[in-house]
Design a binder for this molecule. Structure first.
Ligand code: ZN
Length: 150
């Protein structure tokens, strides 16, 4: 388990230092801003949706390591997913970080997102990890206003 934790921390660190898909998207069909006042995380998520398929995802903003790495991994996970698959993935991810399901029950579906399993030990950090996902969902449902985790 120690080795796995170290691996997870390396992945989180890597995505914090070099966030993937970290840019604005001029041709985005959907976007929303999210704010987590508990930590000060701010994130804007951009989506390019074609029919019911997400074809591109990016984000900008400034957040803590958990928020930034979660947004980075989320963008990678959502490309070429259907909208209902993205919503389902969010549900599973939220269950994982809140400790509602065990990691080994979700590993197939979540793949690399399982690196956030340890967040459940830090309840304050759950909102950091889920903020990009809440923001993605808000963008998909059409709201343009800034959402808050409060
Ligand atoms: Zn945070």
């Amino acid at each position: 388990m120690t080795d796995l934790r170290e691996l997870y921390q390396q992945v989180i660190l890597d995505h914090t230092k070099k966030p993937r898909n970290f840019h604005e998207m001029a041709n985005a069909t959907h976007h929303a801003e999210g704010y987590n006042p508990l930590c000060g995380d701010r994130v804007t998520v951009y989506l390019l949706v074609d029919g019911d398929t997400i074809t591109d995802v990016s984000f900008t903003g400034s957040g803590c390591a958990i928020c930034t790495s979660s947004a980075s991994l989320m963008t990678q996970s959502l490309v070429s997913k259907k909208i209902d698959e993205a919503t389902q993935l969010f549900g599973t991810f939220r269950d994982l970080v809140m400790g509602n399901v065990e990691a080994d029950q979700t590993i197939d579906e979540l793949d690399r997102l399982a690196v956030f399993t340890g967040v459940r030990e830090f309840p304050m950090r759950v909102k950091c990890a889920t903020l990009p996902w809440h923001t993605m969902k808000e963008a998909l449902t059409g709201g343009a206003a800034t959402i808050s985790t409060e």
